[in-house]
Design a protein around this ligand. Sequence first.
Ligand SMILES: Nc1ncnc2c1ncn2[C@@H]1O[C@H](COP(=O)(O)OP(=O)(O)OP(=O)(O)O)[C@@H](O)[C@H]1O
Ligand SMILES: O=P(O)(O)OC[C@H]1O[C@](O)(CO)[C@@H](O)[C@@H]1O
Ligand SMILES: [Mg+2]
Length: 503
Amino acid sequence: MHSVSNSGAIKLSSGNNIIQKKDNRKHKVKITHQSPVMGQLPATTSSQPNVITGDHGYILEDVPHLTDYIPHLPTYPNPLQDNPAYAVVKQYFVDTDDTVAQKVYFKSDDVHACIVTCGGLCPGLNTVIREIVGSLHDMYGVTRIEGIEGGYRGFYSRNTIQLTPKKVNGIHKRGGTIIGTSRGGYDNKKIVNSIQDRGINQVYIIGGDGTQKGASAIYEEVRKRGLQVAVVGIPKTIDNDIPVIDQSFGFDTAVEEAQRAINAAHVEAESNENCIGLVKLMGRNSGFIAMYATLASRDVDCCLIPESPFYLEGPGGLFEYIEKRIKENGHMVIVVAEGAGQDLVAESLRANDNKDASGNKLLDDVGLWLSQKIKDHFKKQTEMEINLKYIDPTYMIRAVPSNASDNVYCTLLAQSAVHGAMSGYTGFTVGPVHGRECYLPFYRITEKQNKVVITDRMWARMLSSTHQPSFLSTKDIIESFTDEAPPTQLLDDQVADNGLVTK
Ligand SMILES: Nc1ncnc2c1ncn2[C@@H]1O[C@H](COP(=O)(O)OP(=O)(O)OP(=O)(O)O)[C@@H](O)[C@H]1O
Ligand SMILES: O=P(O)(O)OC[C@H]1O[C@](O)(CO)[C@@H](O)[C@@H]1O
Ligand SMILES: [Mg+2]
């Protein structure tokens, strides 16, 4: 353990990388090089991230705290110390590896929390809502919790829904979100006015990359106005495209649900002569669902994702591979992510520049397009008569309730979010990094998207399970990384550079 004694100094437990200030509140830090370090965090005067890079390559980074811009905030004994479930395990409160702060920055009676869900549906939204309400109520005795109806625009255009433990009991068994969601309608000033007018002091925002960008801007505005309002993000996306965190909630359920569609495609393909079962799965820019669903199933002969370009005609192309597989096996299964081959679709259809209410590009339907292309090719160009069954379960895989493992995961996220807000942290998103629940400043997860790295081992595993061509030359691979460095991904035997943030 290293420590320095002057005021405002920090001490670091070299064992578990916890940074602690003298006032007992812990700072969540990103450490990209795990070595014992000592340092002093300068007082934060602006909302710019407080990042310190040391001589030996380590990085310390503060998660924002209310006392960064409202000094002398009083603290209160954490009610959890009297909670029978926690009180028996004394080390929660004294151990350096504890997960519960000794002091909190909100009196339970003064907390007025709200929860909002934004963007597309995702299995587990109701579980997170239920667990935030449960954690606030059961652990901290908070009774004023409101649901903002219908996404961001609900802050200024709709009534709120009172959320009580009774109201949310059992909602984790249902898909969707009981408070509704939407795209678009983001108006920063109006949202923060509504937070201020209603006297809300804890805001829990559940949503994907767009939502987290909005949450970050809400935090900035709250900070500018000097409000004692904790703004906390809970990352949601079945696409698994949020960086840094190990995985997003709902992803596991979506992959599991996708198996049903792939199984159906396989049954159809096996039972009909020269039959191709084609399944389209979600994945706008990131093909994780398609890749994991393919790897899990083992019945898939070809998986197409946005990150891996492919082509149809000629040697090494998709048509050649289909013909080969059908000749060998009499059937085949193809999984295509909705964002795959968009350049090819755009070439043959009228260019589409349509966007949704949030500004996301509306995709052409690659599933229908590919079905037609395959049918046309085999009709016109070969002697082979094929039968194609197209299955589009896209909305089905995200409208289902979360499975058991996602339910547990959502519970951890919600509890983490509530502990963080009660401890005075703000401007952060919760999520597991290398298996540990962490607090991450918003900008860490909004600056890029998580994508499948096609030079990584997981994609190689997938390719070897399907035996499909890679559709890539070495030149393509090099070119695909010239504009942008490959996103960081964990390799089995390598420590990733996305560091460790402890809580
Ligand atoms: N850059 C941004 N700044 C502020 N608000 C944003 C931004 N991008 C999106 N939003 C708002 O966040 C909400 C959700 O955004 P979006 O529809 O893109 O979904 P998402 O959160 O990315 O989830 P997903 O794409 O996984 O469904 C919308 O209300 C949208 O207006
Ligand atoms: O049709 P909607 O509801 O706008 O959502 C579609 C998009 O939402 C996602 O499920 C992400 O939430 C994407 O996979 C998909 O492209
Ligand atoms: Mg998004």
